[in-house]
Design a protein around this ligand. Structure first.
Ligand SMILES: *Cc1c(COP(=O)(O)O)cnc(C)c1O
Length: 219
């Protein structure tokens, strides 16, 4: 299947208010340029190194989202490349982002990653700890929290994911109803190739799609 056909089909199906972020890990620069030609300019990359290599050829033609777990020693490079970091789950990480963004005069948009299914081996903050995290970083001047992101559990039955998406949506609305400095709950990033329909039903306005755009990953 052609990337352009897949995008056309998805754009016809997905409401306009939903931002389509293409998950581009392992995809080539050529594939990504084809994607951009088809009108998708938001790219989600999981690794700083890989993003950096692609940024060299694609650069400002795209908006770059960090959707993988970010280590503090990669933050310096990350703030240079990314337009949004979707995977903030600790004060430590936010502190480093604030510091590095300040150095280059950038105010970095962040999403807080929620470990909605409370899986021990997964990154993200537990739902009941999200508020404390957000309040703990809201005094930083070089970051702005613009929403929440969640993955949900890995399962073949998409209905098993729904409660976790719903919970994250509720948290998004609760936090959004408060007035907190440097916090604007605009983006709710949830939904992947197998779950984007359910995610949109549950209030997502940003989906991260890989396989359904590009086909199965080889690696
Ligand atoms: C790979 C990835 C996706 C996309 O997954 P697909 O199943 O290929 O659509 C979305 N979000 C994150 C964080 C990913 O790593």
């Amino acid at each position: 299947m052609m990337i352009v056909d897949n995008v056309k089909r998805l754009k016809a199906e997905i409401p306009d208010y939903v931002t389509l972020v293409a998950a581009t890990k392992t995809r080539s620069v050529q594939e990504i340029l084809e994607l951009i030609d088809s009108g998708v300019i938001d790219l989600g990359e999981n690794y700083v190194q890989e993003a950096q290599e692609k940024f060299g050829s694609i650069g400002m033609k795209a908006r770059w989202h960090c959707i993988g777990h970010l280590q503090t020693n990669k933050v310096k490079k990350a703030v240079e490349i990314f337009d949004m970091i979707q995977t903030v789950d600790s004060v430590k990480l936010a502190t480093e982002i604030d510091k590095r963004a300040g150095t280059i005069g950038k105010k970095m948009p962040l999403l807080i990653e929620i470990n909605s299914a409370r899986e021990e081996n997964k990154s993200g903050v537990y739902p009941e700890k999200a508020m404390e995290l957000i309040e703990g970083i809201s005094h930083f001047e070089n970051i702005i929290v613009v929403g929440l992101m969640t993955m949900g559990p890995v399962t073949d039955d998409v209905e098993e994911i729904r409660p976790y998406l719903r919970l994250t949506r509720r948290l998004f609305e609760e936090i959004g109803a408060l007035e907190i400095k440097n916090v604007e709950m605009k983006y709710l990033s949830m939904g992947m190739s197998d779950s984007y329909r359910v995610a949109i039903e549950e209030g997502s306005n940003m989906v991260r799609l890989g396989t359904i755009i590009f086909g199965e990953r080889k690696q």
